[in-house]
Design a protein around this ligand. Structure first.
Ligand code: AHR
Length: 311
C-alpha cells in the first residue's frame, strides 16, 4: 500500500526539499499507528517530500517498496524492518545508487555494516530485562508464593523486538530466578490483539496453572485479557501481567487493574528521524545507534499517568 502522504515543499533553509522514502512494517498495533502518525507529522513539519508505504507485515512488500524508492532516486531511505534477516541484497542495491539507508525502530542482521548508516530506536534487550525486573516487584506486591509459571506471548517471529525482548527477559530469569521462575509456554501472537487472544486461549487450555503472562506488547496483552476473562479468571490477580509499549489502551487496562506493569517503548520517533535524515543527506556523521529514552510503570502509577500519555 503506497501513500505519498506529504507533497513536499521547502526544506525551510532555502534548499530543495528532501525526498524521503519510508517503508513501514504495517499497522499491527497501537504502537505502530502512533509511530506512523509521528513519522508523517514530523516529515510534514520538516517540509520533506515523504513517500510512505505500509508493508502489511510482509518482508516482500518492504523489499519492493525499497526497490521502488531506489528506482525513483529518493534522497534517503528509512525503514522499520519486519524481521532481522534477508536485507543484504536490497541494501546493496541502495548502496550502489549511493542512497543512504536509516533504520528506524527495528534493527537488521547484515554481513556488511556499511549497508545502513544508523538505527533510531529502542534497546529491546534492555526492555526484556526491565520487564523481568519489574515482574519481581509485581510478584512481591501481589504476594505470589510458590513457583512462578510464566506464559510468554512473543512478537512477530524473527523480528528484532521479539528476539531481543525474549533474550533480555531470559537473561535476568537465568541469572536470578533459575529455581523459582519457569516459562512454561511461549508462542508468537504476531504483536496483534487477535493473535494475543487466540494464543492465550490455547495457553489456558494446555496450562491452566499459568500465574504470570509476559506479553511482548500491550496489544497482545489486551487480547489475552479477553481470553483470561472468558476462562473465568481475573487478569491482574489470578494471572499477573507485564507487557511492553505503554500505549493508551495499555494504560487504561492497567488503571482497571488488569495489567500489573508496563515497560515503555516510545513510538514517537518521527522528529528524531527527520533530524538524522537531514544530517545524513548533508553528509554529516551520526551515531551508529540513536537510542530512545523510556520509563517503567507500575499499576499504581497508571491513573495519574494516563491523561498525559501522548500515544
Ligand atoms: O518494533 C516495536 C514493536 O512493534 C512494538 O513493541 C509493537 O507493539 C510493534 O508492533
Amino acid at each position: 500500500k503506497e501513500d505519498d502522504s506529504t507533497g513536499g515543499g521547502s526544506s525551510g533553509d532555502g534548499g530543495k526539499a528532501i525526498t524521503l522514502g519510508f517503508s513501514q512494517v504495517g499497522s499491527e498495533s497501537g504502537w505502530r499507528s502512533a509511530n506512523t502518525t509521528s513519522v508523517k507529522d514530523a516529515a510534514k513539519a520538516a517540509g520533506y517530500n515523504l513517500k510512505f508505504s505500509d508493508a502489511q507485515q510482509k518482508q516482500e512488500n518492504q523489499i519492493s517498496a525499497i526497490r521502488s524508492y531506489i528506482t525513483q532516486g529518493v534522497d534517503v531511505i528509512a525503514f522499520s524492518p519486519v524481521v532481522v534477516t534477508g536485507w543484504d541484497a536490497v541494501l546493496k542495491e541502495a548502496k550502489a545508487k549511493k542512497i543512504p539507508v536509516v533504520l528506524t525502530d527495528r534493527s537488521v542482521e547484515t554481513s556488511d555494516d556499511s549497508l545502513y548508516v544508523t538505527l533510531v530506536g529502542s534497546d529491546f534487550t534492555d526492555e526484556g530485562r526491565r520487564a523481568a525486573k519489574i515482574l519481581e516487584k509485581v510478584i512481591a506486591k501481589a504476594g505470589l508464593k510458590g513457583p512462578v509459571k510464566i506464559a510468554q506471548l512473543e512478537g512477530t517471529t524473527g523480528a528484532a523486538p521479539a528476539i531481543e525482548r525474549a533474550k533480555g527477559f531470559k537473561e535476568v530469569m537465568d541469572a536470578d530466578h533459575a529455581s523459582d521462575w519457569k516459562v512454561v509456554v511461549s508462542q508468537t501472537g504476531d504483536f496483534t490483539r487477535a493473535g494475543g487472544k487466540q494464543v492465550m486461549a490455547a495457553f489456558l487450555q494446555s496450562n491452566p496453572d499459568i500465574n504470570v503472562l509476559f506479553a511482548h506488547n500491550d496489544d497482545m496483552a489486551i487480547g489475552a485479557i479477553q481470553s483470561i476473562e472468558a476462562a473465568g479468571k481475573k487478569p491482574g490477580k489470578d494471572i499477573l501481567i507485564v507487557s511492553i509499549d505503554g500505549v493508551k489502551d495499555g494504560f487504561v487496562a492497567m488503571s482497571e487493574g488488569k495489567i500489573n506493569a508496563i515497560v515503555e517503548c516510545n513510538p514517537l520517533l518521527g522528529p528524531q528521524l527527520m533530524d538524522v535524515v537531514k544530517k545524513v543527506k548533508n553528509g554529516e556523521s551520526v551515531e551508529r545507534w540513536i537510542k530512545t529514552k523510556e520509563g517503567d510503570f507500575m499499576q499504581d502509577q497508571a491513573a495519574a499517568a494516563l491523561p498525559s500519555r501522548k500515544y
